[in-house]
Design a protein around this ligand. Structure first.
Ligand code: CP
Length: 297
């Protein structure tokens, strides 16, 4: 996404929030008569629910496509599934899939807009936008701020979308984690990659803590959870040293006591609930944009 589009969508989300989601709930009918279909081929709580709420708050009809019990179980392809949904006169597809590139591939099979709700290790664009919105609301700017992203960077779509979003808006980004979970070939003048958390935290205005994906514990050389917490966990002690001026973020879901301590999630600096709330506003802006109601978001 170019800078102007990121700014437009974040502005749209800010306008939604200024009105208040409660007001929006009763008043807005910008997408009345339009329909949104949520196709989540991988589990989700935040993204799926907030896309559903976003569509409903805008007056759209929202269909949650259920993979279980669908004709996918009879061997129908993903392409034929989305073509069928298009033939049912649905207006926008929201797609999450465990395999990188599936939303883009399916977008070639239909003529209606497709929104990527998270694909494999690749991208999670609306998460990137809501994270930008969250830091912008707390700090009043993105340009020149320093975001530290800590965790399994290599396998994280959130890290990628945050990285491109924050760099595009002029922030500095440091990626931190175990060496085998860090990228080796990402370069940008405002990007640093390091295994040393203490160093990175000295510069931080905001820290995005990523979920350690337990399914990767079999990776050669990965530390035990206790070692991980000791070296890269945002523990109560580390959060106390940071103070409350450094924003603590996590896209969720969390492994409490591994990458983040429960006490840290309760601190004043924690933006975790705000990130979830901001997901609705950002997704309202995104749905309005793709359905041509940019003036309405
Ligand atoms: N952050 C995020 O994508 O969470 P869900 O998997 O619950 O949607």
């Amino acid at each position: 996404m170019p800078r102007a589009l990121i700014e437009d969508l974040v502005d749209g989300a800010l306008r939604v929030k200024a009105e208040g989601l409660g007001a929006v709930r009763s008043r807005r009918q910008a997408l009345a008569g339009r329909s949104v279909v949520n196709c989540f081929f991988e589990p989700s709580t935040r993204t799926k629910t907030s896309f559903e709420l976003a569509g409903k708050y805008l007056g759209a009809d929202v269909v949650n496509f259920q993979t279980r019990g669908s004709s996918l179980e009879k061997g129908e392809t993903l392409e034929d599934t989305v073509r069928t949904l298009e033939a049912l006169a649905l207006d926008v597809l929201v797609i999450r899939h465990a395999v990188s590139g599936v939303p883009e591939r399916l977008a070639q099979a239909v003529t209606i807009p497709v929104i990527n709700a998270g694909d494999g290790f690749h991208e999670h664009p609306t998460q990137g936008l809501l994270d930008v919105l969250t830091v912008y609301e707390a700090r009043g700017r993105i340009d020149g701020l320093h975001l530290v992203i800590v965790g399994d960077i290599l396998h994280s779509r959130v890290a990628r979308s945050d990285l491109w979003g924050f760099l595009t808006l002029g922030a500095y980004v440091t990626l931190v984690g175990p060496p085998q979970l860090l990228p080796s070939a990402w370069h940008h003048e405002r990007l640093r990659v390091t295994p040393y958390l203490a160093d990175a935290l000295k510069e931080a205005d905001a820290v995005q803590v990523l979920r350690i994906q337990k399914e990767r514990q079999s990776l050669a050389g990965l530390p035990s959870w206790e070692e991980y917490r000791a070296q890269w966990g945002i523990t109560r002690e580390r959060a106390e040293q940071l103070g409350d001026h450094v924003l603590i973020m996590h896209p969720g879901p969390q492994n409490r006591g591994v990458e983040i301590d429960s006490e840290v999630m309760m601190r004043t600096a924690s933006q975790i609930s705000r990130q979830v709330t901001n997901g609705v506003a950002v997704r309202m802006a995104a749905l309005s944009w793709v359905l041509g109601g940019a003036d309405e978001h």
